[in-house]
Design a protein around this ligand. Sequence first.
Ligand SMILES: *Cc1c(COP(=O)(O)O)cnc(C)c1O
Length: 401
Amino acid sequence: MKNETLLNIAKEFGSPVYVYNASKIEAQYKRLTSAFSKVKQLKINYAVKALSNISILKLMKKLGASLDTVSIQEVKLGLATDFNPQDIIYTPNGVSIEEIKTVAKLGVQINIDNLSILEQFGTRHPNIPVCVRINPHVMAGGNTNISVGHIDSKFGISIHQMPHIIRIIENTGMDINGIHMHTGSDILDIDVFLYASEILFDAAKNFKTLEFIDFGSGFKVPYKKDDIETDIEEFGKKLSKRFNSFCKNYGREITLAFEPGKYLVSEAGYFLTTVNAIKQTTSTVFAQIDSGFNHLIRPMLYGSRHEIYNISNPKGKQRFYSVVGYICETDTFANNRRITEINEGDILAFKNAGAYCFTMASNYNSRYRPAEVLWYNDQAHLIRKRETFDDILNNQIEITL
Ligand SMILES: *Cc1c(COP(=O)(O)O)cnc(C)c1O
């Protein structure tokens, strides 16, 4: 997005503010669906947890996406934005059987990743078709927090426990209509992904009534110029071919599903902040902004490197700054980063602020969560108001002492 547009948004809606570019989301969606155009039945389930604002969900619906959800609240957000229950898949981990039953009653596709839950659910509701989440134990992911395929991961049912799954299905008479994996974020090597897919194809042969195979997500998006990213076109070509030959052997067409979060929304997002103060110490120049890990925690939680640039002075001389927040905790966004000269009051923009940024924001230090703006059809639409002091007090109960 143009600097001028972003500056105007910061002026109109205040700072800090998240801005999402709808046309970038659309471009990503189209790029993914084009890469798999040879597959007859393709389903893109947008992972709601990446960015769950209802206006974003509405945009996804308009594009033709379905939803991937991990909590009953995300399911309800989907239903509130008029998604059909059958266009929502629910892939929880560690939730109660009661929540799973409640979601199933709403008509949403259930995805189970635990043998005990599978057996309990199948015993009670053998007529509700269920998807099973398999852990193929293939390491794919740049960061141990987000690679969920390893042997001691809490996600999925181990591929080595296939005989147990089959026994449960035989004993309960339940119907398995889908098989799923989600090995973790940041797939850099297509061949590693294809290797995991082979394990899934092999497992799929055990089920006679499949309607879909869900390959999860983990597409790597660039975080800076010339950064590595998943080659979607090559990936689409290879997996489509393999999937189509699987369908042939399986005896009928089934659906190929993905559930991307980051891929669809990460690059569409900008986080705009104001520089409160410049602080020069003997070793460092700090740019202190009106934010912290209460608004954007990924650099501190995952070591993610978000590009930061000065939209108030884009042509200025480059200098080195450590960009830090205003909360009482070490909240370093960037260490000694080369940025064009910063003055107090300048607006700094963070890139890749679409996925796992606002959704992870909190009220730490009793600060307000930021506003969110959607740039759609060349217009800025406020899609979430900045919080106010009432929101901080909301739900608190002052007792009489
Ligand atoms: C988080 C999650 C996703 C989305 O992952 P991205 O890396 O954002 O694409 C997909 N599927 C499941 C089950 C998830 O938990």
